[in-house]
Design a protein around this ligand. Structure first.
Ligand code: BGC
Length: 878
């Protein structure tokens, strides 16, 4: 008898390294490897794994793992397993695969192979210098080129690149990368990122290679913030890059940026985010991107600077900004002779690709807007000083394609003028840009209105996750406002896999934190000051959310000292543990409606909240002493809060919805006071004829607090409102994204206050979290989705609702449908996880699982009425 067990149908799939799929520049000493277990079986669980890593696909296929063999490890772990083989070197390529064992101890087939490549780990690996044009201070974009000859057959070629400004690189005429706005935004004086592009397929078999680069101003040199300020980080755009060619015989040649490159100013005369891009196509030297081009008249590139020693240059840790979709306009109309407006039917961030015909020298112009005026002309008043205009001087080719490279706009409408022949709908393409975070969540229900609110939030996320989480994509702002990000982060996590995106932004927060410990109001920091309640709190709220949803303990560990510094800052800037606007600036409950929550209440409540999160983080990280200290501190703040702001009848200073919401959500009240406060909250909502009065701070809290105080009915009512102020009000007025203000546009008054009126601002989109965790009922567990909670709460006018969320373990689905008094509830629980299910029923007696009474199926029901379902798909009904 042998004890060979049959193979299981389970498999390790979706292999990732440091959150990314086959990344090309990993810098972690022992990279973290993750996978999903997929299995059609109920109760599927991983009981063991084995990881093999090898230097080549052949060695990996031979299953001997010439680099590392973890051996069989008895563990259910499938997230963040550390590579523990020999030390990895710069540019080393590692192939890896995983075998898992299931709940019966049967082993699976090996996973499909995956790979990762190490980045440039040492300063000495960088061989070149930053290069640019001698007239670097000019607004035009320099072109840079370098030719060289391949010596032998190529095995692999990697292009490492970064820039002061933005780069766009081609190899023998073909784009070397599909990311745009590279290398992204950091505080360039504190940290710079490089990207690594695998360009093997672009190199010819033999002969000459031409690397061509074009630079734009971007965040480094272009306008950001107000007052026409430019050059936040420096006045010279420059490229630092190197092509690393690995020949088949193992030898390596590196072609770095240096004085041997040639340079000239190119067709882009001006480029910037706020004002747009101007191109004179007649200035494009024909064939300059190809080998053999005569560049004798070009200058030698200026060697702008060597890589600054004190500034870390790290690989970009997230998915880059890419073109994520292309849209065709849904309508077009002329507003003047030769001036046509194209309507994409959707507000988004990106740019327009135009196919045009015409004479050389004709000047084509595109202007962008989120709205049109009553006479259907373009509305641009809310862009403030952002000119948002792209211009193009035609080359005179029979057919020209023009798409700006170094700008983006937030818009639904584009006004095109100056075209000799009016472009048809097909010749105008909306190019959607955004950080290419994978879509992992979908929500859908029977209400058209709610579906549209959801859709608007997703589009607003897409429009504002552009390298950093920004407030808006259209006006002269587009900054990494921390308050907006912290209220929206959990909604963002429902929709997209933002683990790597926010990992990157955590570094921006760290870089921006002041020596006193204040997290800033924007990150990267470009405004000065900071430390506002509910804004700076992003530095504790976000890492905690990332830990809870993605189990990223390492990130929490990294952020922890910064969280402590924030709490210390808050304490230092308080008096008697009360914080107030006399001591530090506070935005308040930004853009609330006829309700003025006192700033000291907001500041002190958030002080308690931040301290409590830091306590939880300390507990999670096993720092018992700290946990005790922060526990005691938050108790003291709570006491001070109650003494100063809470009356004997449970009313709270200011008596606004947001005051009650914070106190309830952050657990600041005794049981008795909480009951009273809840009554005050409900009374205020009723007094306003069932409307909210909340701004950025309160809106993120209101729905979950109403649920937690047992008034999910009221929450549904707010969600389904279409009268002012409500989410539905914007939808009733044609919104395709979430507005900054509840009254951004009204039928009676038209556009709201032009000084600050974005139609693409995600803060109020925080309600998406409630769609997932309450309507559909998908909740992470205490730490991640290993053990999670399903708790759907049907309500309102909804007859069905369904959400899917691809967690790091795989797809979670929760879908209910009401038919008369009966409810059918379908769930999917991914392999290697289990869900605690709470059903909206008084007793489980009438509940069926797969058509048979649930209680008769040996399922363990807890005292609170919940029960645990292991992995699998289930049909419940009652
Ligand atoms: C931004 C906001 C930001 C706020 C600070 C605004 O200009 O657009 O979203 O949070 O300033 O209160």
């Amino acid at each position: 008898m042998t004890d060979v067990k049959p193979k299981t149908q389970a498999r390790a799939t979706a292999l990732r390294c440091e959150w990314l799929v086959n990344p090309t520049a990993i810098e972690a000493e022992s990279p973290r490897l993750s996978w999903e277990m997929s299995s059609p079986e109920r109760g599927a669980r991983q009981t063991a794994y084995r990881v093999l890593a090898a230097d080549s696909p052949e060695a990996l296929a031979a299953a001997d793992g010439d680099l590392w063999d973890s051996g069989r490890v008895e563990s259910d772990r499938s997230l963040h397993v550390r590579y523990a083989g020999p030390k990895l070197e710069s540019c080393q390529r590692v192939f890896w695969k995983v075998k898992i064992w299931d709940q019966l101890g049967c082993d699976a087939e090996w996973s499909e192979p995956a790979e990762f490549t190490m980045g440039l780990l040492n300063r000495e690996d960088w061989k070149g210098v930053y290069i640019g044009n001698h007239l670097g201070m000019c607004n035009a974009s320099p072109l840079l080129r370098k030719e060289f000859a391949l010596k032998k057959r190529v095995r692999r070629a990697l292009l490492h690149a970064t820039a002061q400004g933005l780069y766009h690189i081609t190899i023998n005429g073909a784009p070397a990368h599909d990311d745009v706005l590279a290398p992204g935004w950091t505080d360039y004086n504190k940290r710079r990122h490089y990207r690594c592009h695998d360009v093997t397929s672009l190199l010819p078999k033999r002969g000459k290679v031409c690397i061509g680069a074009e630079l734009g101003e971007g965040w480094f040199k272009g306008r950001i913030t107000w007052g026409h300020r430019k050059e936040s980080y420096g006045g010279r755009t420059a490229l630092l890059a190197q092509l690393r060619v690995e020949y088949a015989d193992g030898s390596v040649e590196v072609v770095p940026t240096d004085g041997s490159w040639k340079s000239i100013f190119g067709p882009i005369r001006r480029s910037g985010f706020y004002d747009g891009e101007s191109v004179d196509a007649q200035l494009e030297p024909e064939g300059w991107r190809l080998p053999g081009f005569n560049d004798k008249r070009w200058e030698s590139a200026a060697q702008v600077r060597t890589l600054p020693k004190n500034i870390p240059l790290a690989s970009y840790p997230a998915e880059p900004v890419r073109i994520t979709e292309e849209l065709e306009p849904v309508a077009m109309w002329d507003v003047a002779p030769g001036k046509t407006i194209y309507d994409f039917g959707q507000n988004f961030a990106g740019r327009v690709r135009l196919h045009v015909r015409g004479k050389a020298g004709a000047v084509v112009q595109m202007r962008f807007g989120e709205m049109v005026n009553a006479d259907k002309t373009l509305y641009v008043d809310n862009l403030r000083s952002a000119v948002s205009t792209d211009t193009y001087v035609m080359h005179g080719d029979a057919r020209e394609v023009w798409e700006p490279k170094f700008t983006f706009h937030g818009f639904r409408y584009v006004e095109v003028s100056g075209c000799p022949v009016r472009p048809s709908l097909k010749n105008v393409t909306g190019v959607v840009l955004g950080s290419d975070t994978a879509r992992v969540g979908h929500f859908e229900c029977s209400s058209k209105l709610v579906n549209q609110i959801y859709r608007n939030a997703v589009w607003t996320q897409r429009a504002n996750f552009i390298d950093v989480p920004t407030d808006c994509p259209q006006r002269d702002e587009r900054l990494g406002w921390t308050g907006d990000a912290q209220v929206f982060i959990r909604a963002a996590i429902c929709n997209m896999d933002v683990a790597a995106f926010f990992t990157k932004w955590m570094d921006d927060l760290i870089d921006a934190q002041t020596p006193e410990g204040a997290f800033t109001n924007v990150a990267p920091q470009v405004l000065g000051g900071g430390g506002d309640a509910a804004w700076g709190d992003a530095g504790v709220v976000c890492p905690w959310a990332l830990y809870q949803c993605y189990e990223d303990r390492e990130l929490l560990e990294k952020m922890y000292p910064h969280m402590k510094a924030w709490v210390a800052y808050l304490k230092k800037t308080s008096r008697g543990l009360l914080r107030s606007p006399e001591l530090t600036h506070c935005f308040g409950d930004w853009l609330s409606i006829k309700a003025n929550t006192p700033k000291d209440v907001i500041q002190t409540a958030h002080f308690a909240y931040a301290t409590d999160i830091t306590r939880k983080a300390a507990e999670a990280l096993g720092k018992k002493g700290d946990a005790k200290r922060y526990g005691a501190l938050s108790d003291d703040i709570r006491r001070a809060f109650n003494k100063a702001f809470v009356k004997g009848d449970g009313s709270i200073k200011g008596e606004t919805q947001t005051a009650y919401l914070m106190a309830l959500k952050f657990g600041l009240l005794s049981e008795k006071r909480a009951e009273q406060a809840a009554r005050h909250l409900v009374a205020d909502i009723k007094k306003r004829k069932h409307h909210l009065s909340t701004g950025f701070v309160g809106t993120a809290l209101i729905m979950s607090v109403l649920r937690d105080i047992g008034r999910v009915d009221l929450a549904y009512r707010l969600l389904e409102n279409t009268t002012f102020p409500s989410w539905g009000y914007s939808v009733a007025n044609g919104a395709t994204t979430i507005w900054e203000r509840w009254n951004g546009w009204t039928k009676e008054g038209g556009p709201g206050d032009v000084n600050m009126n974005s139609y693409s601002h995600y803060a109020y989109g925080a309600v998406v979290e409630w769609m997932f965790d309450t309507i559909a009922g998908i909740n992470h567990g205490a730490c991640g989705f290993r053990r999670f909670v399903l708790r759907p709460m049907p309500g309102g006018s909804l007859s069905h609702a369904s959400a899917t969320h691809r967690s790091p373990y795989g797809l979670v689905r929760s879908a209910w449908r009401r038919k008369g008094k009966r409810v059918r509830y379908d769930v999917t629980i991914p392999a290697n996880t289990a869900a605690t299910v709470f059903l909206p029923v008084k007793t489980l007696k009438g509940v069926k699982l797969d058509g048979r009474p649930l209680v008769s199926q040996g399922i363990d029901v807890r005292d609170n009425g919940s029960f645990v379902l292991p992995a699998g798909e289930y049909a419940l009904s009652w």
